[in-house]
Write a protein that binds this ligand. Structure first.
Ligand code: FAD
Length: 478
């Protein structure tokens, strides 16, 4: 069979922030020649689910000064905003203390802008195709098939398709509804135009009280909605806001390491009591800083216990809400049009053009009638192995498996995909899907750091790979 020489080819599946940041950091290392291809159906690299948001009211939830594609230039985004005047038409982005919370799409534009030179130079290729399958070839490299029917060969593959669509509760999946007619069920509020059929006076039930609930309420409010909104979750906790002024992290949670969740919790309570002069955000910021070491010290049963019992508390304290969104929630609570409460949906029926529901919290049961239900329970990471076709195929081939915590895919300390005690040398996972191993790997700063580390590992690997000659019929089509 004819063969042809090639330089190492790295294929990144998914060009949201994780894939784009990895491509950018890989491209900056010019010590060895390599090709980098990012498969991403969206028009620009870097946007993904979070920063491809089309509603200008959907803002980043940390100040612009803490978001950057490059940890050595932590104020890169803020400087780019200054240079491009990207917030000229959005005075509401600025807070009285001068901090800025731009629309998430602005951050997406910034990342795309940073990627532009390496795309232009041909160091990185953006293939606007959705990947359908990833297979090992007969000679050990990877074949990526996309929905356009193309097959692309690569030496190294990185999975960076973090956030799958949300999975609505089964009760809602079983309902038979008519599109465009009431009652309205929105199971994926991130879909463009998802909230358009909701009337301004609709009584709305939102299932899930995290940041996506806030996004949905902000969108509805901007569209003039002033009907009653009831938002429910198991504990009725919603994401908290930022401290009134910038704070330095406080506390110490890793030396000696906590081996149980109980011990960790006592430490956190002690730190909160020991620093009454500090806002709780200062303690949680230190926890977030030390999260990888805290996580690494906990044995698996304790990690699972933490997810089961403490995740709602962690998520609502660590994922802060943008102040502009918080203002909207406060205003609606004051106006009596927003009620956030601890409950679960126990039953639901469609009667004429309404949902007639039974809500339950412990032994207390009550009813509610709604015109619309929106589920904001977040991406269904725990189901990714069943719902994302190319990952399902990889799992069926024994090349990936879920992490034992259920947070994402099983990877080792180098980010390589693992099954049992074995690992794939050339199959990596970037971004939040790797957080079962690393603990906190969702927020932008952590994802950036992870992309930088992965770029170093993959660069070294690509420089040391044995020269493989792809059989002609399996050569890259790029
Ligand atoms: C709604 C939301 C808002 C957030 N806001 C903030 C914030 O303000 N501040 C902060 O610090 N963190 C925030 N985060 C967290 C963090 O920044 C994101 O989790 C991070 O951007 C993850 O990006 P990603 O590239 O890993 O995943 P994604 O954004 O999910 O990107 C994955 C990409 O893969 C593509 N893809 C999917 N399937 C395929 C396929 N088969 N073939 C090819 N491509 C495919 C998708 O089109 C998508 O662009 C937010 C997260 C979410 C979900």
């Amino acid at each position: 069979m004819p063969v042809s020489p090639h330089i190492p080819h790295i294929a990144i599946i998914g060009g949201g922030f994780s894939g784009a940041a990895l491509a950018w950091h890989l491209a900056r290392d010019t010590s060895t020649p390599r090709r980098i291809t990012v498969f991403e159906p969206r028009p620009f690299l870097g946007a993904g689910l979070a920063y491809g948001a089309t509603d200008p009211q959907h803002r980043v939830n940390v100040p612009a000064t803490r978001m950057s594609i490059d940890t050595s230039q932590p104020d890169d985004f803020a400087r780019w905003i200054g240079q491009t005047d990207a917030l000229a038409n959005d005075p509401a982005a600025f807070r009285p203390d001068g901090s800025a919370f731009p629309a998430r799409a602005i951050f997406g534009r910034y990342v795309a802008n940073r990627l532009a030179p390496v795309l232009h130079a041909g160091v990185v290729t953006h293939l606007r195709h959705k990947v359908a399958g990833v297979y090992r070839s007969s000679v050990g490299h990877w074949i990526i098939t996309d929905v356009m029917g193309q097959a692309t060969a690569a030496d190294i593959v990185v999975i960076a398709t973090s956030h799958p669509a949300p999975q609505p509760p089964k009760l809602l999946r079983d309902l038979h509804l008519h599109a465009g007619r009431h009652p309205v069920l929105v199971t994926n509020p991130w879909q463009a135009g998802a909230l358009e059929d909701i009337r301004t006076s609709d009584r709305v039930l939102i299932v899930g009280t995290g940041l996506s609930m806030a996004d949905a309420i902000v969108t509805l409010t901007a569209r003039g909605h002033d009907g009653k909104i009831t938002a429910i979750s198991r504990r009725g906790q919603r994401s908290h806001g930022h401290a009134a002024h910038a704070v330095d992290p406080v506390g110490q949670f890793i030396s000696p390491p906590s081996r149980t969740v109980g011990h960790l919790l006592r430490r956190v309570r002690h730190a909160l009591a020991a620093h009454p002069d500090q806002p709780w955000q200062a303690i949680f910021d230190r926890l977030r800083e030390q999260a990888p070491d805290i996580w690494a010290a906990l044995p698996l049963p304790e990690r699972r216990r933490l997810i089961r019992h403490l995740r709602p508390f962690w998520d609502t304290h660590r994922f802060r809400i943008a102040p502009q969104a918080e203002d909207v929630l406060h205003a609606r609570e004051r106006a009596g049009t927003l009620d956030i409460t601890a409950a679960r949906l126990a039953a639901v029926q469609v009667k004429r053009d309404r949902f007639v529901t039974t809500l339950r919290h412990g032994d207390t049961v009550w009813g509610g009638t709604y015109d619309t239900i929106i589920t904001t329970t977040g991406p269904a990471h725990d189901a990714i192995i069943h719902t994302v076709p190319y990952i399902r195929e990889l799992a069926a081939a024994g090349l990936v498996e879920m992490d034992a915590t259920g947070l994402g895919l099983h990877v080792d300390a180098l980010g390589r995909a693992c099954v049992g005690s074995g690992h794939e040398d050339t199959l990596f996972v970037a971004g939040p899907l790797a957080r079962g191993r690393f603990g906190e790997l969702m927020g932008l700063p952590e994802v950036t750091r992870h992309a930088e580390k992965l770029a170093v590992i993959i660069s070294a690997l690509s420089a040391s790979l044995p020269i493989v000659h792809y059989p002609e019929k399996e050569r890259a089509t790029t």
